[in-house]
Design a protein around this ligand. Structure first.
Ligand code: BES
Length: 462
C-alpha cells in the first residue's frame, strides 16, 4: 500500500483543481423539490457519473420515479473491506433570493474570519461535503493506483425532499448496495478545530395540511362575519399543537421517548457548549422550546413539531379583501429514540380531525419520513475512523448528536443491515438551507485529507 503522506501531498498539490471541480458541480441548480429543476437534477447526476468514471469507477445514472441515483463501484481485487459512501447532489431552494450577496449558483471564494470560504447553495450541504470523499478517493487512485478498500458510491437526488424513491430503489438493488459499512459526509464538526463523528441523528416526518371551508374565495365584506375563515381555523389548530411548557400536545407523542442516561447527559455537559453563542450567531435573542432542558438536549435528544410554512388568501402586492376558500401549512416532526414515524403521522392526523370545527374539512398530504438513529460507540470501524481524524486534526474527535435528519441512514440499517459512520466537516455557521450558504475552504481541504486517512485506516479493519 502507498504511504498515506504521498496521498496527502497529492491532495494539497491538487487543491485548486479540486476546487474547480466543486465550482462546476455547484453551478448546476439541482433543486430537488421544485419540478422546474428536474433537468438540472439529472445534469448534476450525470456530472457526478462522469467524474467517478474518470477516476476508474464503474458508474451509472440509475433512474427512479423521481430524481435519479448515482451508483458507482470500484472494488480492488485484494481489498478486505467494502464501504458504501453516501451523499446527496440535490440542494434546498435558494429563496429568498434577494438576501444572497451574489447569485446562489454562481460559486465564488470570499475572505471570511477563518480564511477563504466557498459561497454557493450546496457548498456545504452537500456538494462540497460529498466531494471531499471523492477527491480523497481520486488521490488514492492517482498515487497508489488503487483504493485501500472497495468502495461503492451512492449519491441521491432527493435527500432535501424526503427521499421518496429510496425504499423502492433499495428493494430493487439490495445486493448491489450491501457493504460492510456505510459512510456519510453530511454532518457537522464539533467546531472549526475539532472533528466529530455523529452517532445520533433525529428522524423526520413531513406533513402538509389544507383546511377548506368554502367552495371559492369570498368577498370579505359580503361574507365576513358568517363565513368560517380557514386561515383562522388553521392558525388555532397550529396554536393548539404545543402547551405552555413547549411540549407537543399530540396524544402519544412522547410515549417512546426516554430520558437521557445520566452518563450521556454528563458527557454532553462536559462539552462546554456555548448556548448563548450558538443562538446569538443565528440572531436568536431568547431560548424557546421545552422548559427545563438544555439546548443540546433539545436539539440532539428531544422530539419537536415545527411549522415550516403557512399560506392562504392574498399575499401579493397591495391589498385584497378576501376570505379564502382554504389555507395550508407544512409541518414536520423531528423524532428521537424509538418514535415510530408511521404511528405518529396517524396520531397527528387523528388529533387534528378531532379538533376541527364544524364546517371545515381537512386534507393531509405526506412528505416522507424516517426514524431516528443511534450508533454504538463500540464499533471497530468507529475507532479506525477516529484514528484518521485524530491524525489530521491533532485532537480526539467528539462523539456528538445532530438535530438534522438524513432519511437514508435509517434505511441502511433496516433494509441493508449496515451501520453508518457519519463524519462531516460542516460548521454551525455554514448557513445551510439559508441565503449565502458557505463552506470553509479549510473544511473542504482538511475534509478531503481526513477521508484519505480514514480510507487508509479502514484497510486495517480485521
Ligand atoms: N446535512 C443535513 C442534515 C444535517 C443538518 C446534519 C445539520 C447535521 C447538522 C441534511 O442534508 C438535511 O438538511 N436533511 C434534511 C432532511 C429532510 C428534508 C428529510 C433535514 O434535516 O431537514
Amino acid at each position: 500500500m502507498a504511504d498515506v503522506n504521498d496521498v496527502l501531498a497529492r491532495i494539497d498539490a491538487q487543491l485548486d483543481k479540486s476546487l474547480e471541480r466543486l465550482f462546476a458541480f455547484l453551478s448546476i441548480p439541482s433543486i430537488s423539490t421544485d419540478s422546474a429543476y428536474k433537468a438540472d437534477c439529472h445534469r448534476a447526476a450525470e456530472w457526478a457519473v462522469n467524474e467517478l468514471s474518470a477516476i476508474g469507477f464503474e458508474a451509472r445514472v440509475a433512474d427512479t420515479k423521481g430524481h435519479p441515483m448515482v451508483v458507482a463501484h470500484r472494488k480492488p481485487a485484494n481489498a478486505q473491506r467494502h464501504v458504501l459512501f453516501y451523499g446527496h447532489y440535490d440542494v434546498q431552494p435558494p429563496d429568498p433570493l434577494d438576501l444572497w450577496q451574489t447569485p446562489p449558483f454562481e460559486p465564488r471564494v470570499e475572505d471570511g474570519p477563518r480564511g477563504k470560504r466557498i459561497v454557493a447553495r450546496g457548498s456545504s450541504d452537500d456538494k462540497g461535503q460529498l466531494l471531499t470523499f471523492i477527491e480523497a478517493a481520486r488521490a488514492w487512485i492517482e498515487v497508489a493506483g488503487e483504493l485501500p478498500v472497495a468502495v461503492t458510491v451512492l449519491l441521491e437526488g432527493e435527500e432535501e425532499s424526503g427521499s421518496p424513491s429510496l425504499k423502492p430503489f433499495f428493494d430493487a438493488n439490495k445486493a448491489e448496495l450491501k457493504a460492510d459499512l456505510a459512510l456519510v459526509c453530511d454532518t457537522n464538526q464539533w467546531n472549526a478545530d475539532t472533528p466529530a463523528i455523529t452517532t445520533r441523528l433525529r428522524g423526520l416526518v413531513g406533513e402538509q395540511i389544507t383546511v377548506t371551508t368554502a367552495s371559492r374565495d369570498l368577498h370579505s365584506g359580503m361574507y365576513g362575519g358568517p363565513a368560517l375563515n380557514p386561515i383562522r381555523v388553521l392558525s388555532s389548530l397550529i396554536a393548539s399543537l404545543h402547551d405552555a411548557d413547549g411540549r407537543v400536545t399530540v396524544p402519544g407523542f412522547y410515549d417512546s421517548v426516554s430520558e437521557l442516561p445520566e452518563a450521556t447527559a454528563a458527557q454532553w455537559r462536559g462539552l462546554g457548549f456555548d448556548e448563548k453563542g450558538f443562538l446569538g450567531e443565528a440572531g436568536l435573542k431568547t431560548e424557546a422550546g421545552e422548559r427545563g432542558r438544555s439546548v443540546l438536549e433539545k436539539i440532539w435528544a428531544r422530539p419537536t413539531l415545527e411549522v415550516n410554512g403557512i399560506w392562504g388568501g392574498y399575499t401579493g402586492e397591495g391589498f385584497k379583501t378576501v376570505i379564502p376558500a382554504n389555507a395550508s401549512a407544512k409541518i414536520s416532526f423531528r423524532l428521537v429514540g424509538k418514535q415510530d414515524p408511521v404511528a405518529l403521522r396517524a396520531a397527528f392526523r387523528d388529533y387534528l380531525r378531532q379538533k376541527l370545527p364544524e364546517g371545515a374539512s381537512i386534507e393531509f398530504h405526506e412528505h416522507g419520513s424516517g426514524p431516528a438513529i443511534e450508533l454504538s460507540a463500540e464499533s471497530p470501524a468507529l475507532a479506525l475512523a477516529a484514528s484518521g481524524l485524530r491524525e489530521e486534526w491533532g485532537k480526539e474527535p467528539i462523539l456528538m448528536g445532530s438535530g438534522g435528519s438524513i432519511p437514508i441512514v435509517g434505511a441502511f440499517r433496516s433494509e441493508l443491515g449496515m451501520d453508518t459512520l457519519m463524519i462531516g466537516f460542516a460548521l454551525d455557521d455554514d448557513r445551510i438551507h439559508s441565503p449565502n450558504e458557505k463552506y470553509e475552504l479549510s473544511s473542504f481541504h482538511k475534509g478531503t485529507r481526513s477521508w484519505a486517512r480514514i480510507l487508509g485506516h479502514l484497510a486495517q479493519w480485521a
